[in-house]
Design a protein around this ligand. Structure first.
Ligand code: HEC
Length: 111
């Protein structure tokens, strides 16, 4: 029983670490993707513009182990009602890999 618990904990920690710390090269690639796809017209790292500040998003989902998947879905399909009245449009031209990378990058934003 005990070893099963340790295994589960190990997997959770590995997942959390992978989610919180994308490699440095990936972070740079994500920042370029965000620039190229207009994310900064509605978002900034630390201040709310039309959409929430990326630090606020990282904070809100800090303990959510499914955060990469759910934020990836929000970016890809659009999102409304989670942060306020404004809605985020869908981004259908981004690949599944790109939206996951962007989600991990947003989650790694620190003040
Ligand atoms: C036209 C403005 C606009 C653009 C462009 C935009 N967003 Fe958003 N974004 C928003 C708004 C508004 C919200 C809040 C939506 C809500 O309340 O559910 C949001 C929410 C989010 C969230 C949180 C979603 C959640 O489930 O809590 C993330 C992450 C995000 N945006 C990332 C991005 C990324 C990455 C891009 C570029 C590919 C992008 N946004 C482009 C307006 C925008």
């Amino acid at each position: 029983m005990r070893s099963v618990h340790f295994l589960t904990l190990g997997l959770l920690l590995a997942g959390a670490a992978a989610q919180a710390t994308p490699a440095a090269g990936d972070l740079a690639a994500a920042a370029d993707l965000a620039k190229a796809n207009g994310c900064y017209s509605c978002h900034s790292a630390a201040e709310k513009i039309v959409g929430p500040a990326f630090v606020s998003v990282a904070d809100k989902y800090a303990s959510d182990k499914d955060a990469v998947a759910s934020l990836a879905q929000s970016i890809q399909m659009g999102s409304k009602g989670k942060w306020g009245r404004a809605a985020m449009p869908a981004h259908p031209s981004l690949s599944a890999g790109d939206v996951k990378l962007l989600a991990a990058w947003v989650l790694a934003t620190r003040p």
